[in-house]
Design a protein around this ligand. Structure first.
Ligand code: HEC
Ligand code: HEC
Ligand code: HEC
Ligand code: HEC
Ligand code: HEC
Length: 415
């Protein structure tokens, strides 16, 4: 009690009071800062002012006032982004800050906003008129604006704004290449080059060893086992980690480790996540036919191999993963070893004869022969005979090569 006569508060409380004072100052600053995101009316007022300054009061009267929206009826999207992003189609605000900035004109040439709205490309909650809700991420809303800031948060390797390309490819999935979606293009090339279709159906074509990926982008994050994943627990992070090293997340998987770097894994993750059953009408999806066919060159190459000495390996489907070099069979993906050497190789690799390995396979071949290429015991015997034939042919070629070289070395001038 004595103490309080000098000061209204006990001494001991002073540091606490100081702390509370500081907290108030900090929270005021924070509040002012967070309030930089204003109400839509503020942005409309501000934009009108900017138009007046630049083009005069008369022009400023043409700036719409109130809750505006674009109804992209065919896409069933009502987008109110323009309530704040009023400058979208105005010229002369190319360097203003958002939301007063003119939209880059290029993407809107083939996709006029009256028909496409905004969210089909950008994502976000079209109906919201509050910036946080419109941009997301918000609870119960799975589609945030795929902005540069989100790309930053996802640690994109190169172009931070590339995430939007996932949305481009919801419509452009049947294109082999889409201008402006470079990460997706890169990933599409990898899918062809690495032969993902050896094990996965994509757009109706491919193998059955792995799951059908045609609509894998619709899977919810909750459907992924995140326990082995370190860092962010998002579907995107899961796919990136899984593509880098499938066994690290799914120990029993037979999906190969393709040694993808960060950039390639991220591009592939975006591509995989863009494979969605989108409510987009057919005429919004360019690129026909829609079955993602082989190129004419691929068809010719396959036809040639189908009639050559290695025809059995082509018709049976082994060539999807294996070359058989001695019989002129060339696999595009080369996921498994060259079968010309199998007779010898199963001995050194597994310590088993090719007969034994093929009758009781392990690893990838166990999955292949139980899920994708089902052979009767008789057909398996044929397979083994074909493998022996490929090896005999291999030895014959090696011998003739050796004699050719020894012939040339015999003819070579003596030292
Ligand atoms: C209430 C006003 C408001 C609404 C509604 C709104 N925005 Fe914005 N938007 C802003 C402001 C302010 C910024 C700049 C500051 C920021 O990034 O928050 C911005 C920035 C952006 C950016 C750039 C973000 C970045 O990280 O570079 C994109 C893209 C964007 N908005 C898209 C949209 C889309 C798509 C919609 C509709 C779903 C939308 N906005 C609705 C106010 C709004
Ligand atoms: C055809 C797809 C498409 C449509 C439709 C579209 N945009 Fe864009 N938008 C883009 C592309 C592409 C960019 C450029 C991104 C970049 O710089 O890499 C962009 C850029 C932007 C930016 C600047 C983002 C940044 O990171 O600087 C904003 C804001 C924006 N758009 C808002 C809108 C609004 C609002 C609408 C609807 C009125 C809309 N967009 C419609 C494709 C689209
Ligand atoms: C809602 C579906 C949809 C979305 C989303 C979409 N597009 Fe398109 N895009 C189309 C349609 C439809 C056309 C017109 C095709 C035609 O005329 O044959 C088109 C045309 C194009 C063209 C011109 C193609 C040509 O042959 O002239 C390019 C390039 C393109 N889009 C790139 C993109 C990019 C990049 C994005 C993402 C920023 C994107 N698109 C988002 C549907 C979409
Ligand atoms: C030898 C067969 C094989 C090849 C080749 C292969 N995968 Fe897989 N993949 C699998 C199997 C089996 C699974 C299921 C177990 C797992 O998740 O790893 C799988 C799972 C996946 C998943 C997760 C599916 C889901 O339900 O979310 C994706 C995505 C995927 N693969 C993409 C690819 C891509 C992209 C390629 C080509 C670069 C590829 N795979 C090549 C066998 C393969
Ligand atoms: C989806 C890809 C795939 C298909 C289709 C496939 N294989 Fe394989 N195969 C592999 C892989 C990968 C290996 C390497 C062993 C491993 O990783 O488990 C392998 C190994 C083998 C081996 C052991 C080779 C060695 O050198 O040790 C033989 C033999 C074999 N496969 C035969 C066949 C035959 C015959 C067919 C067609 C009936 C076939 N494979 C179809 C992926 C495939």
């Amino acid at each position: 009690m004595e103490q309080r006569t000098n000061s209204p508060y006990p001494k001991i409380d002073r540091p606490i009071l100081a702390a509370i004072g500081l907290l108030l100052v900090v929270s005021t600053v924070l509040f002012a800062w967070s309030d930089r995101r204003h109400d839509w009316r503020y942005y409309q007022f501000e934009f009108k002012k900017r138009v007046a300054e630049k083009y005069g009061a008369e022009k400023a009267h043409t700036v719409p006032v109130g809750l505006d929206q674009i109804w992209a009826g065919d896409l069933r999207r009502a987008d109110r982004c323009v309530v704040c992003h009023q400058a979208t189609l105005w010229k002369g605000f190319e360097t203003a800050e958002h939301p007063y900035r003119t939209h880059p004109p290029e993407p809107l040439k083939a996709h006029p906003i009256q028909k496409f709205g905004c969210t089909a490309c950008h994502g976000g909650q079209g109906f919201a008129v509050d910036a946080d809700k419109a941009h997301g991420p918000t609870p119960f809303w799975e589609e945030p604006v795929l902005s540069g800031s989100l790309g930053e948060a996802y640690s994109l390797a190169e172009n931070k704004k590339a995430l939007m390309q996932m949305n481009c490819n919801v419509c452009h999935r049947y294109d082999r290449e889409t201008k402006g979606a470079e990460a997706i293009n890169r990933a599409k090339n990898l899918v062809l080059e690495k032969g993902c279709r050896a094990c996965h159906v994509i757009n109706g074509r491919g193998g059955t060893i792995g799951p059908d990926l045609t609509f894998v982008g619709d899977k919810a994050a909750e459907q992924y086992d995140m326990t082995r994943l370190s860092g962010q627990k998002t579907s995107f992070a899961w796919h990136v980690a899984h593509l880098k090293d499938p066994k690290a997340l799914v120990p029993e998987t037979v999906m190969p480790n393709f040694s993808f770097g960060t950039k390639d894994s991220q591009a592939l993750a975006m591509l995989v996540m863009s494979w969605r059953k989108a409510p987009v009408p057919a005429d919004f999806r360019p690129g026909t036919p829609r079955t993602d066919p082989q190129t004419p060159e691929e068809v010719i190459e396959e036809q040639k191999m189908k009639t050559g000495p290695g025809a059995w390996f082509v018709k049976t489907g082994c060539f999807v993963c294996h070359s058989v070099s001695s019989l002129g069979v060339k696999s595009a993906a080369q996921i498994g070893p060259d079968l010309a050497l199998a007779v010898e190789d199963t001995q050194s690799r597994f310590g088993r004869t090719v007969d034994d390995f093929f009758m009781n396979p392990t690893g990838t071949m166990a999955v292949v022969l139980s899920r994708q290429i089902i052979l009767s015991p008789e057909e398996k015997k044929v397979a083994i005979e074909k493998l022996r034939e490929a090896f005999r042919e291999h030895q014959k070629q090696k011998a003739s090569q050796a004699s050719a070289t020894s012939a040339t070395s015999a003819n070579a001038p003596k030292h």
